[in-house]
Each structure stands twice: as structure tokens, then as C-alpha cells.
Design a protein around this ligand. Sequence first.
Ligand SMILES: *Cc1c(COP(=O)(O)O)cnc(C)c1O
Length: 404
Amino acid sequence: MITSGVVKACDDSDIGAQIVAAIRMVVGGRAVALHEPHFGGNEWHYLKDCLDSTFVSSVGPWVNRFEDLLAAYTGARFAVATVNGTAALHIALQLAGVVHHDEVLVPALTFVATSNAIAYCGAVPHFVESEERTLGVDVAALRDYLAGIAERRDGVSVNRFTGRVLRAVVPMHTFGHPADVETLAAVAGEFGIAVVEDAAESLGSTRRGRHTGTFGALGTLSFNGNKTITTGGGGAILTDDADLALRAKHLTTTARVTHRWEYRHDEIGYNYRMPNLNAALGCAQLEQLPVLLAAKRRLHERYAAALASVPDVRLIDEPEGCRSNFWLQTLLLDQSVETERNSVLARTNDVGIMTRPVWVLNHRLPAYAGVPRMPLPVAESLERRIINLPSSAQLALPGAADGS
Ligand SMILES: *Cc1c(COP(=O)(O)O)cnc(C)c1O
């Protein structure tokens, strides 16, 4: 068992040293990565089956099976697998009606892929504030802001300052913690704005029992190598709407009209379909998901115990009424010690403990420097204070040394 007294007894008052000591209690003395995949099930078996079948590319039974398993797991009526999460977002936004010259509301505190997918549609990201409680969009602040900038015209909201239609909002479930998408969906409804959820980080995370990615018209997942489960590269679109699901499948398969021999494409489509090989890996990974989620929760509890006595830091916990997948464990420095962030990052990485700050806020990236945004004091404060800790499930799988 971990006894939090160990850290207190350490007479080094340096916050970096105390954090290193606490992490060591959880992960032991070896070097640890930020997040590594774990292949502990049928991965080799399914991949061999796929290779033996020669159907390794964009057609094959594993893709359909992966989509069925995803739909069953998330409770979405339909899942459409894609080459990656960014492609899934691109298509989901297009299906939500986002067109050239629209504006799409999105947290400044997100991975750049969310903003890029908006730009791929020819639309302009409009950055919104985050809240400390969930690390997701601050819905109350957004509502007040929209009341000031949005003008209703023919059933849509127009930004009265830019003249562009505010077509959609893309909440993102940061590090797997569910944003308040229920309230957001109600606010978006008031303003005639579509909700497309970026659930890339939150497979396995729920709000009041409902899986993230199923609150909006469409939601998207990612199975990149650093996510909770991986297909090598991959993503998926979730929706309850049969027409949207069909459209998603059509657009991601080069808009080819089904025919025995003819190659006819009825619009500009994309080569975004997940290959069978990746889906075979995904099926094996999905079987492992409950075990991985349990391990990641255990890891969170161990970090919480080890860090309890370190002053001026807090481990982010799951929001009320939610289950988080704890994709990336997150330490939040108090404002009083935020100037220590880089020294904590250096200190941990120096001893082989891979830690990371949050992404540079998207409005400060060159591509998005000039786009509209609401005041972002909380996002900017979070950016200065967040440190992600080693978060791989195998750090707490049964049989793994916990270092205590
Ligand atoms: C991982 C991720 C994506 C999608 O990433 P891909 O690498 O394209 O699968 C999108 N948004 C967020 C917030 C992510 O973390």
C-alpha cells in the first residue's frame, strides 16, 4: 500500500523533488513513457487471421465487426470507422452542415486536430473558454458570450461582428474527462448551432451513464497509438441518424456508387475508410478495453494517494456524475507555484519520468492567430498549470510492480 507520509517526511521542500518522489511511489524506479499501448489479448491472432485472408485493405469483415462492436459499446446506433480521428472529425463537421466561410466554436484548449478539421472544411475556428471543473468548454460563459455576438437569421445564428454563420460547436473531452455536453446541447439548441463532439480522448468515458460522443448530432473517436486503445491509426464517426451514417460511409469511401464493376463517384469523396488490418487490431483492443480502463482507474487512485501530501498541486478527478477513462493523468499546479511548471517538467524528464505540458492554446498557433475568440483567462491559466503524468494502463495492470 502507498503511505502518503513518505513524501511529507522528505525534507526537500523543492516541489519538483516532491513530485518526483510521489510519482516514483506509483511507477517504481524505471523510466516511464507518457502513454504506451498494451497488447495483451487476441491482437496477434486477429492480425494473422486478417493477413491469411489477404483482405488487409479497405474492404473486409473486421471493419464491419469493429463498427458493430463500437456501436454496441458506446450505445450509438451507428459507428463508421475511418483512417484516423482527424478524418472522422472532418467528415462529421461536413455532415453537420459546416461549409466554406462558416464559423465553428471550439475550445482553444484542444489538440490542433480539432481546429484543423474545421479549417479543412474551409470554415473558421472561433475559440471558446474552458472551465477548471471539467477542463472542457465553459458552457455558462459561452451562453453569455453568444447572447452578445449571435444574431438569429432564418433559423441560424450569425456572428454580428464577422457576418459568418455560427454553424457548429465542437466540445472536446480533455484527457478523457467528460465536458458538460448535456447543458451545451441545450444552449446550442437555443441558438440553432449543431453539436459535433470530439471524443477522441474519451473512449470509455460517460456522463450520467451515457457515452461521450453520443450527445451531439455526430461524435468522433480516435485510435491513434497514444490513445486508450489503438488500431495503429484510426478513428470513427458515431451517430444515431441512419442517413448521416450512410452519408459518412459514402463520403469516406470516395463517394463510390455501389455497383458490381463500375467505378462511378457521385461527389467529391475521400479515401478515409479504415483498412481491415487496422480494424482487426481494433477488435482485439476493444475486447481489452474493460481491463485497461480498470487499470487506468487504479493508477489514478495510486497517484491520488501518493500526491495527497504534496502541497500546491491537485490531481484532476472525474467530474460529478461522470466516469472518466483517465486517458492522461493530469496534475494541476496552484497559481502560487505555476512559475515552477518548467522546472517540474525538466526535473521529471531528467530522471526518465515522461511528463508533458498541455498543448499550446490554438489561438496562439500561427495558423489560427487571427481568428475570433472570446476572453480565455481560464484556458490561459490552465495552460500554465497543467502537467500530464505517465498514464499507461500497464503501470497498474494486475501483476505490474507499483513501486510501493
Ligand atoms: C487524438 C486526437 C484527435 C484525432 O487524432 P488522430 O491522430 O487524427 O486520430 C482529435 N482531437 C483530439 C482532441 C485528440 O486528442
